[in-house]
Design a protein around this ligand. Structure first.
Ligand code: PLP
Length: 431
């Protein structure tokens, strides 16, 4: 006979191990704005927050049509409707990286695509290599499944290029994949063709597949070029993760994709079946957005993308020109995406123990909130977003300048800052 036991409901190990470092760092910050100043948040990576960047009519009307057609209310195949996958394959097709609809899996945002790729390639006990500084979700996904993450360094003095020797030194027999993020959050860097080829070469020498987080694809400033890494690989199999989120300014629509590039058939049927099986865990992505995908991808005018990039690039220049003149700060000019990393010279702000102190005090005095570099595993920096309306960008940077001027404690020439940071191999050289 069953006896009634007492209640003892505990979260699973999986739930407990699912930690988003950004949330746990931000939740532990003391964020108390100065009540005499309006809050300017330079922390949120959602380009729609301020209302100045919105999807164009072609994008929104495609959704309206998808809803009113009543054709997309049911379940789709878990990898997505064929018509929608065809549209993505056509959109992402390059002569050097051809794609068929079978090579596309639609996902719930790029985060889901990344999860599918990481869990599709790595077992508990194995490891994946991730960039430092880097977006935190790779670690969140991996560690919850007991997949180890090993960081490889990005070099601020070289435009945040990958330290290739360090990358290669991190590879071991248990390395299941190298994650690269180009253009980068939080750095705003854009890798050259040559550099991407060098990364592919490292992967090729060591027979490790690449997971490419390309959610900021094409979001590059004038004069820069985005190269999908798959176009530069003939042998290394590549899973490219992307979506509508950033380029089309609709993060809430949760539409992403995995593109399978495997010209030598190294992944073969097994990895494809594995990814397909993983797509069945949530029975596929939002069907209304799938219905709208062909129109969104085909009809969105180029001017929409150009105008958005122009706004972000202008903000990047404005922010850089103000912050670069602030003693003790070292902004690194981005080439794309929506962010800028700013180095904090510790010796110039002796009052602050670390970047967390710095951003807390900045908030309490100037009501400007930035994410501390620690959120990206990179102390002594903070990240600002560049998607705010221009007057707010200027106001925020002026307030940061006032704050730094008020707290500047040591008249250390910039060169000492450079030496200090160089020694730590985290050196943002001023150029
Ligand atoms: C580098 C990077 N990858 C992935 C994502 C997640 O994208 P999504 O909102 O489509 O899941 C983000 C979102 O900010 C990001 O910055």
């Amino acid at each position: 006979m069953k006896t009634k036991r007492s209640w003892n409901v505990k979260p699973s190990k999986f739930a407990v191990k699912t930690v988003n470092p950004i949330r746990s760092i931000v939740d532990n910050l003391h964020i108390n704005p100065n009540t005499t100043k309006s809050v300017i948040s330079l922390s949120i990576g959602d380009p729609t927050t301020f209302g100045n960047l919105q999807p164009c009519p072609e994008i929104t009307s495609a959704i309206v049509e998808s809803v009113t057609s009543a054709e997309y209310n049911g379940y789709a195949p878990s990898t997505g409707y064929r018509k929608s996958r065809e549209a993505v394959a056509e959109y992402a097709f390059r002569p050097d990286a051809p794609l068929e609809p079978e090579d596309v899996i639609l996902t719930s945002g790029c985060s889901h695509a990344l999860e599918m790729c990481i869990l599709g390639l790595a077992n508990p006990g194995q490891n994946i290599l991730i960039p430092r500084p880097g977006f935190s979700i790779y670690k969140t996904i991996a560690q919850s499944m007991e997949i180890e993450t090993k960081s490889y360094d990005l070099l601020p003095n070289l435009g945040w290029q990958v330290d290739l020797a360090h990358l290669e030194s991190q590879i071991d027999s248990q390395t299941a994949a190298i994650v690269i993020n180009n253009p980068s959050n939080p750095c705003g860097s854009v890798f050259s063709k040559r550099h991407l080829k060098a990364i592919v070469e490292v992967a090729n020498r060591n027979c490790v597949p690449i997971i490419a987080d390309e959610i900021y694809e094409d979001f590059v400033f004038r004069g820069e070029e985005f190269h999908p890494i798959a176009t530069l690989s003939t042998h290394v199999p590549i899973l490219s993760c992307g979506g509508l989120t950033k380029k089309f300014l609709v993060p809430g629509w949760r539409m992403g994709w995995v593109l399978i590039h495997d010209r030598q058939n190294i992944f073969g049927k097994e990895i494809r079946s594995g990814l397909q099986a993983l797509s069945q865990r949530i029975i596929g992505s939002n069907t209304i957005v799938q219905g709208a995908l062909p129109s969104i991808l085909q009809d969105t005018p180029e001017t929409f993308f150009e105008d958005n990039i122009e706004i972000v690039q202008r903000n990047a220049h404005l922010a850089y020109s103000i912050l670069n003149d602030v003693p003790g700060l070292c902004p690194i000019m981005p080439k794309g995406a929506m962010y800028m990393m700013v180095g904090i010279q510790k010796t110039s702000f002796s009052k602050f123990k670390h970047d967390m102190d710095f951003v807390e005090c900045l908030m309490s005095e100037q009501s400007v909130f930035c994410l501390p570099g620690r959120c990206f595993d990179y102390p002594n920096y903070f990240r600002i977003v560049l998607t705010v309306p221009e007057p707010l960008m200027i106001e925020a940077c002026d307030r940061i300048k006032e704050f730094c001027t008020n707290h500047y404690t040591l008249d250390t020439p910039t060169s000492s800052f450079n030496t200090e940071m160089l020694l730590k191999n985290q050196m943002p050289l001023q150029v």
